[in-house]
Ligand binder design. Structure first.
Ligand code: UD1
Ligand code: CA
Length: 457
């Protein structure tokens, strides 16, 4: 059947107490509203209709032209029913229509499939319900003696007896278009909030003798996010799902409760992730890697069989069979090859490090191109900035740069050159040469005794 989806995102979300629109708050690297959109796309609805109102520009800017937008005009009414009326021009004349809230990121594709099946096999509509431990705030599902849903009553409108009902309305529906369109104009706003409640569609259709199939799903799937406490609870569930998906695909996660991996991250088989790692954005980790505790990576691409420990990698690439850290900092456009060693307290930015090159300790490499099999000693600094402009340096294959060397860019060290420890290199070094650029050492024999004799020490 022809299928449409409407996602409600016009509400103010006042309970978030935020400058940011509720549905744009993120969980595991994606905005809340991105999840229901992805879920309906999995059912073949490429361009869902998103109902915007409050802070509409921000929601539009985030989703750009990937969806259709319906605008809910507050001056003509309010409430979830009114929001759906605003989307009416986008609803085709026949088929099915899903209605979801933008604040329910944990909904599963299979939940929607069950609703669609119910409608395709004869029901006028289907709705998701769940049994809540604490139903406070949710609309309650009232059933008659046959088990059919007779009405949904909002928490605010419940009698004392109805407040005791644990089955809640998830606020996710699938209707036959004809049934929805016949009920919408009959929704009133005679309730505690003087809003047009979409929930009234259920009792209206029932009065018409039509059947709305209740589909009970785990409470977890239909958790609505209204405040930051619920945001953190939903994030935990989402994180568990991501980690379980990765573990089932062959990734070892030592302690999933303390491993933070965003939704778009990919990790290859037999990689082991230790506690305290945070993997963000479009990070891609190959197979057989070991991520030791406390790594943060954002948009990092790492090859196979590489080990990283307690390091920060941002917008950078690292090859295979390389080790990084502990405490290395790879900044944007750091590109490290295969079989490299990037050791402790090394910072690399906008630089290429060729295969087999070792940068073992306490070094800054900025705006440089390093060839293969180079050894950088401890404490090498690429002086790439003169206070006004940045300059590049190059180091050829097999060069050996001693400890505590400054390379003042722009400068070129050719293949196989050696640089003596403590040198400040301001001029190019030819291949195979040894460059020494430091004060020659003098030893003043007996200096200490003489000073003491003068009473100056
Ligand atoms: C709604 C349901 C309630 C259900 C609960 C589940 C109604 C009347 N109540 O209540 O039965 O248990 O969800 O989470 O439907 N929105 C608009 N325009 C509006 C009002 C809301 O677009 O005029 C959007 C909001 O942005 C939000 C969604 O609809 O994404 C739900 O609105 P919200 O105010 O959170 O409804 P609840 O009070 O949670
Ligand atoms: Ca809600």
């Amino acid at each position: 059947m022809n299928t449409t989806a409407i996602i409600l995102a016009a509400g103010e979300g006042t309970r978030m107490k935020s400058k940011v629109h509720k549905v744009l708050h993120t969980l595991c690297g994606r905005a809340m509203v991105d999840y229901p959109i992805r879920t309906v796309r999995a059912l073949g609805v490429e361009r869902p209709v998103v109902v915007v109102g409050h802070a509409a520009e921000c929601v539009r800017a985030h989703l750009s032209d990937t969806v259709d937008f319906a605008v809910q005009d507050k001056s003509t009414g309010w409430g979830t029913g009114h929001a759906v009326m605003s989307a009416q021009p986008f609803i085709p004349a026949d088929g099915l229509v899903f209605i979801l809230a933008g604040d329910m990121p944990l909904l599963r594709v299979t939940d929607l499939e069950r609703m669609r099946d119910a409608v395709e096999t004869g029901a006028a509509g289907a709705m998701l319900t769940a049994v809540a431990g604490d139903p406070t705030g949710y609309g309650r599902v009232l059933r008659d003696e046959t088990g059919a849903v007779s009405a949904i009553v909002e928490h605010r409108d419940c009698t004392a007896e109805q407040l005791g009902v644990k089955e809640i309305n998830a606020s996710v529906y699938c209707f036959r278009v004809s049934a929805l369109l016949s009920a919408l104009p009959r929704i009133g706003n005679d309730n505690n909030q003087h809003e047009y409640y979409l929930t009234d569609v259920v009792s209206i259709l029932r009065a018409d003798g039509l059947r709305i199939e209740p589909i009970v799903v785990p409470m977890e799937d239909c958790m609505g996010i209204n405040d930051r406490v619920q945001l953190s609870q939903a994030t935990k569930v989402m994180q568990r799902r991501i980690n379980e998906r990765l573990m089932r695909a062959g990734v070892t996660i030592i302690d999933p409760d303390h491993t933070y991996i965003e939704d778009a991250v990919t990790i290859g088989q037999d990689t082991v992730v230790h506690p305290g790692c945070t993997l963000q954005g479009d990070t891609v980790i190959g197979s057989d890697c070991t991520l030791l505790p406390h790594c943060r990576m954002s948009n990092a691409v790492v090859g196979d069989a590489t080990t990283v420990e307690a390091s920060v990698l941002i917008d950078c690439r690292v090859g295979s069979h390389t080790t990084v850290g502990p405490n290395a900092y790879l900044r944007p456009k750091a590109c490290v090859g295969n079989h490299c060693r990037i050791g402790d307290f090394v910072e690399i930015k906008n630089s290429n490090i060729g295969d087999g090159t070792k940068v073992s300790h306490l070094t800054y490499v900025g705006d440089a191109d390093l060839g293969k099999n180079i050894n950088l000693g401890c404490g090498v600094v690429f002086s790439n900035y003169d206070g006004k402009r940045k300059y590049r340096a190059t180091v050829g294959d097999g060069a050996f740069i001693g400890c505590n060397v400054n390379l003042v860019s722009p400068v070129a060290v050719q293949a196989g050159a050696y640089i003596a420890a403590g040198s400040t290199i301001t001029e190019d070094v030819p291949g195979g040469a040894l460059a020494i650029a430091r004060e020659r050492q003098r030893n003043l024999e007996g200096w200490v005794e003489a000073r003491k004799a003068e009473g100056k020490l």
